[in-house]
Design a protein around this ligand. Structure first.
Ligand SMILES: *Cc1c(COP(=O)(O)O)cnc(C)c1O
Length: 361
């Protein structure tokens, strides 16, 4: 059972429209969908099923456990694990037709061994690190592999991929440097299709197109071009009903530690959303909700299960009234700015006590 006092609406039509927009930007190459972290908090299974019916045939998650849960819902599609092969995971990948993104010589060896055990070629992506310094073959491992391509024996290389460090900053020279490094790496490796851009990379220009793009955030309505108008359709709407309205006098304080003090006689509206629902505690004295399009400041601390808003100027705000917390009036990116984080974190933290509703129903 989820709460009747909150509602999280997720617009699958908007996600589908966003996927088509990104696909059309990408030219001839295929467009995948990154649905890691439960589809950026929105539900990997409903999102992937919808995109599968749109024609999406490439899906990425981070972990094997995520892939195992999703595998039956995207029949025939490539389903790959970005975080690669943990020791011992090769068997489950092969048994369930989950494709690892290989990011080290050790992972290549483990996958080649699995192929030999099964006496058949196994598909994989190969991740080359071009500047993130996080996952993927570093320059030394890349040199070894280019020298000894027989290490890939038994591995069917579907794509060579890399990941950009700052694609949302088009003026950052690291983008071009990574592109150059990637092209040099691909030229030295056995021939295979390439995979490069995620959401923001698709807006860097034609040079960043590849055989397979990997957008996540933009599918879910986050702005891939910060500082410029958002080309994506909004996807998420979070609302909560007012539980109680409190009248307090001037000088009274609200919530833990009394960090907000009323300067006048005030009406305080309380809703059942708190930091346990991913509604950041950094929004204390700093967030806002909307009622009929008008902003109500969040006053006092966000607590675990509750937040409080100043409804003094809105006499129609009464118990049972719906306040808009996300989507109407403010985007996840707007909330992220107030909370000192990014829209990715705002979405992936959305809790599971909300009544999730997928539109169209
Ligand atoms: C998360 C991730 C993506 C998707 O990035 P977005 O910015 O959400 O589009 C693509 N590739 C890799 C390797 C990732 O880790």
């Amino acid at each position: 059972m989820t709460s009747q006092a909150t509602r999280l609406d997720i617009d699958l039509d908007a996600i589908a429209a966003n996927w088509r927009l990104l696909r059309n930007r990408h030219g001839a190459g295929a467009t995948s969908a990154v649905v890691k972290a439960d589809g950026y908090g929105l539900g990997a299974i409903p999102v992937a099923r919808r995109l599968h019916t749109e024609g999406c045939r490439h899906f990425f998650v981070a972990h094997l456990t995520e892939a195992l849960a999703l595998r039956p819902h995207v029949p025939g599609a490539l389903l790959a694990t970005l975080n690669g092969l943990w020791p011992g995971d090769a068997r489950d990948h092969a048994a369930h037709e989950i494709v690892p993104v290989l990011g080290s010589l050790a992972e290549i060896t483990a996958w080649a061994d699995e192929a030999a055990r099964r006496d058949r070629a196994l598909p994989a992506l190969l991740h080359v690190d071009t500047g993130m310094n996080r996952l993927g073959l570093d320059s030394q491992e890349l040199a070894v592999l280019c020298d000894q391509p027989e290490r890939l024996q038994g591995i069917r290389l579907l794509y060579v991929m890399t990941h950009l460090v700052s694609p949302e900053l088009p003026g950052d020279p690291v983008n071009r440097a990574q592109l150059d490094r990637f092209q040099r790496a691909c030229a030295a490796l056995p021939a295979a299709p390439h995979s490069l851009a995620a959401s923001s990379g698709l807006f860097l220009g034609e040079a960043y197109r590849s055989d397979l793009s990997r957008p996540g955030a933009a599918l879910y309505g986050l702005n891939p071009t910060p500082g410029q108008p958002n080309p994506m359709r909004p996807v998420v709407r979070l609302r909560a009903r007012v539980l109680q309205v409190r009248e307090i006098g001037a000088g009274e304080r609200v919530g833990y530690n009394g960090i907000w003090q009323a300067e006048r006689r005030s009406r305080i509206a309380t809703v059942s959303v708190g930091y346990a629902d991913g509604y950041s505690r950094h929004l204390s004295n700093n967030g806002q909700a909307f009622f009929d399009g008008a902003p109500l400041p969040l006053v006092g601390r966000v607590s675990m299960d509750l937040s409080t808003f100043d409804a003094t100027d809105h006499p129609a705000v009464a118990p049972g009234a719906w306040l808009d917390l996300m989507g109407d009036g403010q985007t996840p990116d707007d909330i992220a700015r107030r909370a000192g984080t990014n829209g990715y974190e705002v979405l992936t933290r959305l809790g599971h006590r909300f009544g999730r509703r997928y539109l169209p129903g």
